[in-house]
Design a protein around this ligand. Structure first.
Ligand code: CA
Length: 377
């Protein structure tokens, strides 16, 4: 079994704090002392605010959970103590996947998670997090901040009395861990794979069987052959889960999650009733969280990919061009079905896809042209 890893956290400890906790919602009201809504600038009076930040991650989860703790610290420092935020891991106050409702109803003030968890509430929410063969982190940031993406996201969330800020990005993920070779699209036939979201729908359409297994159950399921494959995040988090000890092949790239945006969602009424200085501080700290987390993912993933390559008996390889092309055409059909059935998805994807084409055309002459040259040096 796996012993202590990383920052002194064993795999067992790491995954036992499941994404799906069971703490009762009833405990939240007492624990959450919220701001009570004075309008407009209020710096003079220095009314103090004590807010609650729920997260969909286990407590202190590497990068994103740690980032939520840092976010709270930054807000407190920048506001000189005017706003204090207490952070809770998934399941500590409410189950992870009830964060949306808790913040929407005002039971909690804010939450950190990923918008594609909420597609059951709003199918178009998927486009603000990760789309198979969608945009990378740099391009998602450009769409959000400068290309109209964030306005569309807030329009969708406003129906739930929520507002939101991008606050984190994993960068390009890995395609996942497999116990059989994937040489062609036909190798997905009969494949039981843990892969949530739109990527999972693509695997289903390719003849596989996609499951949305909670994080805590993946290792055991893969080890026992309940599943043949799983995606998770990238080398850093995957290593901590121990997948390199039980899977034979580690494939790139994460075609299904090329630049997932993580979210800070806030109860809209409460946010709008904050003094303007605190609104500005939250916005600034969300930007900081966004940049900090992408930098952490990029750094740690590069370190841990090397560890996996050097320490583990795993073949690290890339999916073939033909396999990726087939996954791409299936993706187009899956998205076409979604946009045909949901007007909001159609509106959001129209913006998303136009922006992706625009920046991809530019990247031919910028990022790609640079990589093409650099790789030959
Ligand atoms: Ca993933």
């Amino acid at each position: 079994m796996i012993k202590k890893q990383g920052k002194g956290v064993s795999r067992k400890e790491f995954i036992k704090k499941s994404l799906l906790g069971t703490a009762a919602l009833s405990g939240l009201t007492a624990a959450c002392a919220s701001g009570t809504g004075e309008k407009g600038p209020n710096i003079q009076t220095k009314k103090k605010y004590r807010w609650t930040l729920l997260t969909t991650w286990p407590p202190n989860f590497p990068v994103v959970g740690e980032g939520a703790n840092l976010f709270a610290k930054w807000v407190q420092e920048m506001s000189d103590g005017q706003m204090e935020i207490k952070v809770y891991g998934g399941g500590e106050l409410v189950p992870a996947f009830e964060c949306f409702d808790a913040v929407s109803s005002g039971t909690a003030d804010m939450a950190h998670g990923a918008s594609y968890y909420w597609t059951g509430k709003a199918p178009s929410a998927a486009f603000f997090c990760a789309v198979p063969f969608g945009m990378n982190a740099q391009q998602m940031n450009a769409w959000m901040y400068s290309g109209g993406g964030l306005e569309l996201w807030r329009e969708v969330y406003a129906q739930f009395n929520l507002t939101c800020f991008p606050s984190g990005n994993t960068g390009v993920q890995m395609a996942g861990w497999f116990n059989k070779e994937i040489n062609t699209i036909d190798d997905f036939k009969g494949l039981k794979m843990r892969i949530p979201g739109l990527g999972g729908k693509v695997v289903d359409e390719a003849g596989g069987s996609a499951l949305s297994t909670p994080g805590a159950e993946i290792y055991t399921n893969l080890e026992r052959g309940v599943i043949d494959a799983t995606e998770w995040i990238g080398p850093y988090h995957d290593y901590k889960m121990g997948f390199h000890q039980i899977a034979k092949y580690y494939y790139a790239p994460g075609w299904h999650e090329p630049g997932p945006v993580l979210e800070l969602m806030i109860n809209k009424s409460k946010f709008e009733n904050l003094p303007l200085n605190l609104q500005a501080i939250i916005e600034a700290c969300a930007y900081r969280f966004n940049l900090w987390s992408l930098s952490e993912f990029e750094t740690q993933n590069s370190v841990y990919l090397k560890k996996i390559q050097e320490e583990a008996d795993v073949s690290v390889r890339k999916l073939s061009d033909d396999t990726l092309k087939s996954l791409y055409s299936i993706t187009q059909q899956v998205i076409s079905d979604l946009t045909a059935s949901d007007p909001s998805s159609k509106k959001v994807y129209t913006s998303f896809s136009a922006f992706q084409k625009q920046v991809t055309d530019w990247s031919e002459w910028s990022e790609k042209a640079y990589y093409d040259v650099f790789n030959k040096l």
